[in-house]
Design a protein around this ligand. Sequence first.
Ligand SMILES: [Zn+2]
Length: 398
Amino acid sequence: MKLIVKNASLWDGTGSPVQAGMTIVMAEDKFVSITQEDVEIKEGDTVIDAQGKFVMPGMIDCHVHVTSTGQPKDITGNQNAPEAYLALIGAQMIQRDLEAGFTTVRNMGTKNFMDISIQKAWQEGRIKGARILTSGPCITMTGGHGWMGGLQSDGQDECRKSARLLLRNGVEVVKIMATGGVMTPGVEPGSPQLTEAEIRAAVEEAHKAGRKTATHAQGTEGIKNAVRAGIDTVEHGIFLDEELLVMMKERNTALVPTLVAPYHINQGGVAAGIPEYAVAKASQVAASHLNSFKMALQAGLTIALGTDAGTPLNFHGENALELQLMTENGMSNEQALLAATKTASEVIDRADLIGSVEVGKLADLLIIEGNPLEDISLLVKKDPIKIIIQNGKVVHTR
Ligand SMILES: [Zn+2]
């Protein structure tokens, strides 16, 4: 029994231009043929006519918080909530991500491995939602950014041990806090936190196990520490400088800018119930953040899409706003689409499975009315995304 999408105008995410009149055949969970030829249709096959529609790979969000809703009242209110409750929130949040066209999300920090439990329920088919890559809790210094839900670790040995603990629990990416941030009271976004040696110890363990590493890093010194220590992705990267552009380019360190995170905090402000300390810090960093993004784009760094969904007013299901902000700050529509598909799959180390429509990959597909290469806001509106296919099954229609 196959799922067949015919008459597709296909943007396959490989960097090739749109091809009209394509037939995409899916069996089990994979693409089995992509062709302009006629294909044989057998009894029991499902055929979707995509005449006049734009077809593209499912999108990937490299930075979300699955157990956070984005409601300002939940940010502090849910800090000590029971895990069973937060896990149910997680199930709802990945459903919202999926319905927005994001068939895969990478979680970036959760207390006590809740993301691994949510992933297990998803893998067993008990819940619908975006496929999750798991991080478990982040590694942070004592009192460092995100310490309330993180593994507080000081010195190289403790950082190494924390990384090993994460790997033992099966995380797919190790998240390490290199600097302060906006959402933890009393820490400054610009200040370095874990040292280069501490970060390196954790990175070494992750790399030995074949896993990627990511760092929350906002201030220049802390980003440099992480890049020198061999980190794979810099998340946020608010204060980049010329030296960092060279360092990141040399090492192919990727940037996941999460432009929407401070955008929402600045738009909503204290009036929306966001803590005053967070609003003050977000407004301080906004201009540098956009400037760093533009510098990275100019320098040709690898940039992948991430939203930080779950931070204040940054709701799961509105992830595509990041593409719009990327285009408003210098990316072409196609560059933004690649950042959300092919490049994202490479950055999270899943390019063999997702990120483009190619035979042998997992069949994640969006069927869209209108052309996002011409109008990126179609994705933000969501309504034009008529059919969402994940693992070769139709998982959402509208
Ligand atoms: Zn985050």
